[in-house]
Write a protein that binds this ligand. Structure first.
Ligand SMILES: [Fe+2]
Ligand SMILES: [Fe+2]
Length: 204
């Protein structure tokens, strides 16, 4: 049985389209591939945080928050590696992440540097939100009790990252512009999810 506890994601995330319920069934049957893909998601989250620091070293708050986030994402990566090792699996090769590729196309170039930063932060926020939603499904539905606990913890952590990314965007752009863009991107994100087949070997 999944742990009985509060559901912090319910009120925080504003995703427009819930994950296809078939995904959790196919994911559970392919835990090796899901863990491998998940490991790469954490690795990409860490490297995306580093890229933001490299690109915007003048934004002190961003540098501070991303430094913390990178450390957390890296520890998630380590923990997924440990879960793989425990089961006799290894990391293996990286796979293209169609979801992230499609979403990243909506980071607008040109105009103010801050506008591009806002888009980048909001795209990262949505990746966090969707990962959080998937972790929640795994926590509530997966049979393996160790993984239930693991995904519960990660769900809480990624929900926090979602909130931090949106807040950070509001440090650099007016709140109403951020909210309007978030609304647009939420619709775009739902469309991307609608057009992707649920896959047995992908976290997204
Ligand atoms: Fe993470
Ligand atoms: Fe995260």
């Amino acid at each position: 049985m999944p742990m009985q506890t509060s559901q912090p994601t319910k009120t925080i995330l504003r995703l427009e389209l819930p994950t296809d319920p078939r995904w959790v069934n196919i994911a559970e049957k392919n835990i090796e591939e899901i863990l491998v893909d998940h490991a790469y998601c954490e690795q990409k989250a860490a490297s995306s945080g580093i890229s933001l620091i490299v690109k915007y070293p003048d934004k002190t708050k961003l540098v501070e928050e991303m430094t913390e986030l990178v450390a957390e994402e890296w520890s998630h990566f380590e923990r997924v590696l440990a879960e793989l090792k425990k089961r006799g699996y290894s990391l293996g090769r990286n796979r293209p992440d169609e979801y992230v590729v499609e979403l990243t196309k909506h980071i607008r170039k040109g105009d103010r540097r801050e506008r591009q930063l806002m888009d980048h932060l909001l795209v990262n926020a949505l990746i966090e939100a969707r990962s959080c939603e998937r972790f929640k499904l795994l926590w509530k539905n997966i049979a393996d009790e160790d993984l239930q606990k693991f995904y519960y913890e990660l769900m809480v952590s990624e929900a926090g990252h979602y909130v931090s990314f949106v807040k950070l965007a509001k440090e650099y752009m007016p709140a109403d512009e951020v909210d309007a863009r978030l609304k647009e991107l939420l619709a775009i994100e739902a469309e991307i999810i609608r057009n992707l087949q649920p896959r047995h070997d992908r976290m997204h």
